[in-house]
Design a protein around this ligand. Structure first.
Ligand SMILES: O=P(O)(O)OC[C@H]1O[C@](O)(CO)[C@@H](O)[C@@H]1O
Length: 386
């Protein structure tokens, strides 16, 4: 039976307050901070970034960057449905991902190979949270099932360490039980422990602390032969401030090796898994666009079809699952994901309005109790669509 049509994605036209504020204020503020954090940018780049900020704030018509660029064909297709639209009257996920892509053009990223968010990532890599929270998590004991369950929850709350939202970052990675609004950990642990060891794919999110928790999960899956291989799907280019690039993985390993036990041991275990050919890192332009998970190209769909589990990390990738839409309260992750070719696990701290799979009574209670509960990054979900 054909999948029911997706609800329409959230727009920046004011119909959704957070989307509007994100595009009209937050993103422009982040781009201003990029100039502050990169004081040595030449005047031409500073002027380019300021012009982009002005275009967004003034709701100018959307325009596509010029070729040559390695992802020009991909963005030409993404841009087409929005040709007649403007920054503050288009779909939010397109506006946001496209704004970050235009920032790379403004910063001459492909020529300079300089990550505009390098200063942010460097600061987070040298934060107490990385050393203390990950260090503590690595010393948690228990049965293999318990340790696997802990790792999955650690990966969820590691998603708070998102440098695009300071108010979320400041909450750190510790959370209360009531902050977990959907908890499919037992089902996922059963799925991983009881099935044959196969191929686990992680659609990665933030570099630094979140990534360290993800590497700890990967190491456990591989060393305990729960998985044959783990593939980390990373961004091909910087986006959303702290999203992880391939080179950021090795940067983290180098930093963890300097922290001493237990982080240095995790780093050496991860390097061993890479050298043994069981841990892979694959970048793709696809993850930097607004494309929904149902639009994955065959270069991703084919390996996912053979996957034991695909783990989607974070809020932006969750928006990719739900088409960044507002769903009926009874909708589940499986409804939103549609005919996805593998068992799918979403580990997401809630930083935007799209949400499925949470008890309607819980949603109604929180709507009564906390006005901005969907965008403050306090709550999270572990949702499994087998
Ligand atoms: O790193 P994450 O978890 O994808 O969070 C980034 C998300 O935060 C947002 O501001 C949503 O509130 C968007 O930029 C993006 O969806």
């Amino acid at each position: 039976m054909p999948h029911p049509p997706y609800p329409a994605p959230i727009r920046t036209d004011g119909s959704n307050a957070f989307a509007r504020r994100s595009m009209a204020e937050r993103v422009s503020g982040i781009f201003q901070e990029v100039l502050v954090r990169n004081p040595d940018y030449p005047t031409a780049i500073q002027d380019n970034v300021q012009a982009l900020r002005d275009a967004i704030e003034n709701d100018e018509p959307l325009t596509l960057f010029d070729p040559p660029a390695p992802d020009h064909d991909l963005w030409t297709r993404r841009f087409e449905p929005h040709e007649e639209e403007s920054w503050l009257d288009t779909t939010w996920f397109f506006a946001e991902t496209f704004a970050y892509r235009q920032l790379l053009a403004a910063c001459r990223y492909w020529t300079t190979q300089r990550d505009p968010f390098h200063p942010y990532k460097k600061e987070e890599l040298h934060s107490d949270e990385l050393r203390d929270a990950v260090g503590e998590a690595l010393t948690k004991g228990g049965t293999l099932r318990e340790r696997l369950g802990h790792r999955l929850v650690d990966c969820l709350w590691g998603n708070r360490m998102d440098l695009s939202m300071q108010s979320v970052l400041e909450q750190g990675t510790s959370a209360k039980a009531e902050h977990l609004l959907s908890n499919d950990v037992p089902e996922v642990v059963d799925h991983l422990m009881e099935g044959p060891a196969g191929h686990v794919h992680v659609i990665m999110d933030n570099a630094g602390t979140e990534e360290a928790f993800d590497l700890a999960l990967a190491a456990l899956l591989l060393e305990e032969d729960i998985a044959q291989t783990v593939t980390l799907h990373v961004k091909m280019a910087p986006i959303l401030v702290s999203d992880v690039l391939g080179k950021d993985v090795f940067w983290l390993l180098n930093v963890m090796e300097k922290y001493g036990a237990p982080l240095d041991r995790l780093a050496s275990r991860v390097r061993a898994c890479i050298e043994e050919g069981r841990l892979h890192i694959v970048p793709d332009f696809f993850w930097g666009t607004d494309a929904s998970l149902r639009e994955i190209p065959s270069r991703l769909e084919k390996p996912f079809r053979r996957a034991q589990l695909v783990i989607s990390k974070g809020d932006a990738n969750y928006r990719r699952i739900t088409n960044d839409a507002l769903w009926p309260e009874e909708a589940t992750l499986a409804d939103a994901a549609g005919p996805f070719p593998a068992p799918l696990l979403a580990l997401r701290t809630i930083k935007s309005d799209t949400l499925v799979g949470v008890e309607p009574a819980t949603v109604r209670r929180l709507n009564q109790e906390e006005e901005h509960w969907r965008t403050k990054g306090t709550y999270g979900v572990v949702q499994f669509a087998s």
